[in-house]
Design a binder for this molecule. Structure first.
Ligand code: ATR
Length: 271
């Protein structure tokens, strides 16, 4: 019987995950079916249980349910535990394993696809919401020279820095506190691009040879990437690669097979 998977969220109509996983399955010869599932805002847990009871093998979880998925999982990987957010569920009989592949997807896109070695570099992560929190541990594991978290509301950045302190050295503050500092890798994990806005970054924040990475993606450059382009960043990337890489990590968790992400990325770029 064909194994069933889906991405669950609200809204969900524009998700690229079904397309990505269909390509992975075709490429690796895996017999699976991957659809999208719109869950009512107050019925996430019920929808997950119905999918599981109907024989579903796993789910990807997207906005706004990642924290609920974290609570629903009966077992968590360490990276999901710390992220307090789950984007991948794997059903194991009655049990539900929760993982978070976002950070691993980001690290893989930066290091393997963009050819940027994170070890020994100075990282600035902008934002202190769920998106930022989900990527901190995998980034710290790459052993950067410095890891700074900046947020409009500095208390939230301080809270994240405290939480992750056992895993590496972090500093935190608002955007004004970045004055005079330069970073090799600047990652936008805020939702500012969604509103066509830009965090108030000092214009000298990009070190020579730096990579500016926006976890959002869309047509054309986001306001952050436009700013980076005019203020000395050497390389620009949006979150499309991260999207495909986090999907590949989920696929690997479910199927034990690692798909080739490059042709899938090329396909998405050509759409
Ligand atoms: P998500 O789960 O997508 O991270 P979130 O928890 O609402 O969503 O967090 C959104 C993040 O984007 C926060 O860090 C927010 O800053 P505040 O904590 O100060 O609210 C940040 N953000 C949103 N719009 C922004 C803007 N225009 N400029 C700077 N930061 C912004």
């Amino acid at each position: 019987m064909t194994d069933r998977y889906a991405v669950i969220g609200n809204p969900i109509a524009h998700s690229k995950s079904p397309l990505i996983h269909a390509e992975f399955a075709r490429q690796t010869g895996q017999d699976l079916n991957y659809t999208s599932l719109l869950a009512p805002l107050d019925a996430f847990a019920r929808c997950v249980r119905e999918f599981q009871a109907a024989g579903g093998k796993g789910l990807n979880v997207t906005v706004p349910f990642k924290q609920e998925a974290w609570k629903l999982a009966t077992r968590l990987t360490p990276r999901a535990e710390l992220a307090q957010a789950v984007n991948t569920l794997k059903f194991e009989g009655e049990a539900i394993l929760g993982d978070n592949t976002d950070g691993a997807g980001l690290v893989r896109d930066i290091s393997a696809n963009l050819g940027f070695a994170i070890q020994g570099k100075r990282i600035l992560l902008m934002g202190a919401g769920g998106a930022a929190r989900g990527v901190i541990l995998p980034l710290l594991e790459q052993r950067p020279a410095l890891f700074a978290i900046a947020n409009r509301t500095p208390a939230r950045a301080h809270e994240l820095a405290r939480l992750f302190l056992p895993h590496g050295e972090l500093c935190s503050g608002d955007y004004a506190s970045l004055a005079g500092q330069h970073f090799d890798l600047v990652i936008n994990a805020t939702s500012s691009s969604l509103h066509d806005e830009l965090p108030p970054l000092p214009d000298k924040v990009f070190a020579s040879g730096s990579l500016a990475y926006d976890m959002m993606y869309g047509k054309g450059l986001t306001p952050f990437l436009q700013f980076a382009q005019t203020n000395g960043a050497a390389q620009l990337a949006d979150g499309l690669g991260m999207l495909v890489e986090q999907a590949a990590e989920s696929f690997f968790l479910w199927r034990g097979v690692r798909p080739d992400t490059r042709p899938v990325m090329a396909m998405l770029k050509s759409l």
